[in-house]
Design a protein. Structure first.
Length: 309
């Protein structure tokens, strides 16, 4: 279980970069800069980019490195306040009412106070995130915001403005200290400018070959140096093709892991063909990368790596 003792926030961009590196997250200085500013200014960080480039991982690394609890709100179509903020435990409330009636307690105000008490409140991620103690505010990950509708987005705008939620039966809950908010989106739809203005923004792009090789080497240390190099070079080539969904960094890591499990020390056409389902997730893309195309790409990769050596 990770250490949940809160640690001080980084005091510089370099410390932020070190914090990410120690968490096995290979970041460039631009990301470290905007993350440092987000932490210092207590502003949400809005991360946009393709699926699988490592946006969600940033929140996980922050949580571990800073010793803060990670609270994740996984967004989806139809997400509403009862699922995101709070709801009442209706079954427990009904039992409370029956017990009050059986005991002969007919005082309406007392019954309401007992029924709508903290012990019957089910806290969802938003309420949990603003209930943290000062000095130990959690990392609040709002993941894939673009999957929700505009109504929930508008509600979230209000929450991020004041970091408070009003529960009619109990009153207003206000954060003692704003949580560290990380918002991610895969850009399947545009997020309203009003919400973006509340945040600092960063586009998380696919890494270049050198940075991706460092990522794969860190995440799959058992992979041979040759295999890691060929995997990264091959994936970099695939991203230049007109595929329905090019592989992200997550797929590169999965592929290197799978090949290591198969005791492969290097790529070969048959192994590529057998394991493409780890790398590509659409049949049209797999079909396009037939045996002939796979072999051609592999030859290009080997030629490129040989020239580099």
């Amino acid at each position: 279980m990770p250490d949940q003792t809160p640690r001080p926030l980084p005091r510089s961009i370099d410390e932020t970069l070190t914090l990410l590196t120690e968490g096995d997250y290979v970041a460039d200085r631009a990301l470290a800069t905007v993350l440092y500013l987000s932490l210092t200014m207590q502003r949400p960080l809005f991360l946009e980019g393709e699926a699988g480039v490592g946006k969600t991982e940033i929140a996980k690394v922050l949580s571990t490195a800073l010793g803060r609890r990670l609270i994740r709100l996984q967004c989806y179509e139809g997400l509403d306040v009862s699922s995101a903020v709070y709801e009442w435990n209706y079954a427990a409330q009904m039992i409370e009412i029956r017990m009050e009636e059986a005991a002969g307690s007919a005082d309406r105000k007392t019954m309401e106070r007992n029924v709508f008490s903290e012990r019957h409140l089910i806290r969802r991620p938003v309420l949990e995130a603003i209930s943290g103690e000062a000095g130990a505010a959690p990392v609040f990950l709002i993941d894939e915001l673009d999957r929700t509708d505009e109504a929930f987005e508008a509600f979230l705008l209000e929450v991020l403005s004041d970091y408070q939620v009003t529960i009619p039966e109990l009153g207003t809950v206000k954060a003692a200290e704003p949580p560290i908010v990380i918002i991610t989106t895969n850009r399947t739809r545009e997020i309203h400018d009003a919400l973006k203005r509340r945040c600092l923004y960063h586009w998380v792009d696919y890494p270049d070959a050198a940075r991706e090789l460092e990522i794969v080497s860190r995440k799959v240390p058992d992979a041979s140096a040759r295999l890691s190099g060929e995997v990264v070079a091959y994936v970099q080539r695939l991203r230049q093709m007109d595929l329905f969904k090019v592989p992200g960094v997550a797929e590169s890591i999965d592929w290197a892991t799978a090949l290591t499990e198969l005791d492969r020390l290097a790529l070969d056409p048959q192994t590529i063909s057998d394991t493409l389902g780890v790398l590509l997730k659409y049949q049209d893309d797999i079909a396009r990368l037939g045996e002939g195309e796979s072999a051609r790409l592999l030859e290009e990769v080997r030629s490129e790596l040989a020239t580099a050596d």
